[in-house]
Design a protein around this ligand. Structure first.
Ligand code: 5AD
Length: 474
């Protein structure tokens, strides 16, 4: 009766929150399972950033509630952003949900499940649901526990390779997400996140560094520092030292941990790319030459309407500055098409800047009305047809860019961090510093190692290569 399945929707922050909840539940004696059909407790960790994401989770909850109706011992919970955004109102459409827990209360999930199970054990089917979407001071410090590799829980609920899942041979954990901050104070006109995640709150730098050290001791070689606006990390808690922001101070400290070989972060804000961060790419050798730099729009008029405090020229300047420091820099971005009032001329500006930045990866979103945000009530909402057409234009450009970049990688040797078996179990997978996925033949001993791989072939999303290690059998 203690088998928990967690399904995660949305961003890496949500994945990290799910891992932390899983670790807490594990410590409380729950079993985290990968087989949804074999669980007693199903938790949906949800996303609210677009309507489609909310509808997906609502549809899932409704179908699960229907299937499990005859089982009075089953517990269904909704966690995270949609729980925070909709609260108890979710019960109007989903009366069979037992638990609704917001973004500042993830750490309470074990207690609430214990309470629900105790009530069940006492006999009657659950009469009322638990709803907790309150704010909690210091909640940003609660996302710190990590699930160990021998736990049968893969990141984002993806199955671990069979060997690890059966507990026969636990594979080491090579990459990890580390939450450094929660919330956002930016008020972008389209965005629900300030409502779902609350005010910007940073974790103490010493605690983050300690967590990274502990992860390194366990074999983690790559950390991704996470927050809604990481470039603002610690701005109210730490002073600048010689023009160095707290975020760059944190990067310096993580860079100094011997076991950590690579550092990434997401998501930054363009306005955080001052000289100190640009220069960090020249001097912090572990900082990977891959930046996710959300553009949202290439039109100054639309950026203003979005309440994004930079111009297209300033954005372009950041890209150029970073390429000057690291000519081999890889960029990804977020774009919204069909923001209210976006004309053909505005979109042409986005398209032009998109081409000029030569992105390796981009997440292109059709604008989605989020009730309660300023953009929801703006005039001149775009039609679905217009959004879809603009989406397709950028997707085609992205595919061409990605293929072009892949062509330049063919025949080169790239440093790859070996993460583990690939999903199909045919060989091994890892990533380049530029965040490209590479598949190649290797063996288990190389997991966690940085190895040279010669790139021989490419699909749009995956590179294929061979280990370029003289004398290493594989
Ligand atoms: N509609 C579409 N996309 C959105 N995003 C945020 N809010 C919306 C919305 N209302 C996108 C932004 C952000 C990413 C995480 O999601 O591009 O960077």
């Amino acid at each position: 009766m203690n088998r928990v399945y967690i399904k995660t929707y949305g961003c890496q922050m949500n994945e990290r929150d799910s891992e932390a909840v899983a670790a807490l539940l594990r410590a409380r004696g729950y079993r985290i399972v990968q087989d949804e059909a074999a669980c007693d407790v199903l938790l949906l960790n949800t996303c609210s950033v677009r309507d489609a994401a909310e509808q997906k989770a609502i549809g899932k909850a409704a179908s699960v509630a229907q299937q499990r109706k005859r089982n009075p011992r089953f517990i269904l919970g909704i966690l995270g952003c949609m729980a925070q955004n909709r609260g108890a109102a979710l019960l109007d459409t989903l009366p069979d949900v037992d638990l609704i827990v917001g973004t500042q209360k993830f750490h309470q999930v074990p207690d609430y499940l214990d309470n629900l199970r105790a009530a069940q054990a006492a006999g009657a089917p659950l009469a009322s649901s638990i709803v907790d979407i309150a704010e909690e001071a210091g909640s940003q410090n609660k996302i710190k526990d990590h699930i160990l590799p021998q736990d049968d829980f893969g990141r984002a609920g993806t199955p671990l390779p069979a060997a690890a899942a059966s507990g026969v041979a636990a594979l080491p954990m090579v990459t990890a997400f580390v939450s450094i901050q929660q919330g956002c104070n930016m008020d972008c006109a389209f965005c629900i996140v300030p409502k779902t995640r609350g005010d910007e709150r940073s974790r103490p730098m010493d605690e983050i560094v300690r967590e990274c050290e502990e992860l390194a001791d366990r074999g983690v070689r790559e950390v991704t520092l996470l927050g809604q606006i990481v470039t603002s990390y610690g701005r109210r808690d730490y002073a600048h030292t010689d023009g160095i922001t707290p975020f760059v101070q944190l990067l310096e400290r993580v860079n100094a941990i011997p076991g950590i070989k690579r550092i990434r972060f997401t998501s930054p804000h363009p306005r955080g790319f001052k000289e100190d961060l640009i220069q960090a790419y020249g001097r912090l050798e572990k900082l990977c030459e891959y930046v996710h730099l959300p553009l949202q729009s290439g039109s100054d008029r639309i950026l203003k309407a979005m309440n994004r405090p930079y111009s297209r020229d300033r954005y372009r300047q950041i890209v150029d500055d970073l390429r000057r420091v690291r000519p081999d820099m890889y960029f990804s971005t977020d774009i919204i098409v069909g923001f209210p009032g976006e004309t053909e001329e505005d979109f042409a500006q986005t398209r032009e800047l998109f081409e000029a930045c030569n992105y390796d990866m981009a997440y292109i979103f059709k604008y989605s009305i989020r009730t309660g945000t300023p953009a929801a009530t703006m005039a001149a909402q775009a039609s679905d047809e217009v959004k879809e057409a603009r989406n397709q234009v950028l997707l085609a450009l992205l595919a061409a860019n990605s293929d072009r970049r892949n062509a330049t990688l063919l025949g080169t040797t790239q440093e790859v961090l070996v993460e583990g078996p690939d999903k199909k179990g045919l060989g091994y997978m890892g990533r380049t510093r530029g965040n490209r996925i590479v598949h190649f033949a290797a063996n288990e001993r190389l997991i966690g190692e940085l190895v040279p791989v010669r790139i021989e072939r490419a699909s749009t999303a995956v590179l294929y290569g061979q280990l370029a290690l003289a004398g290493v059998a594989h």
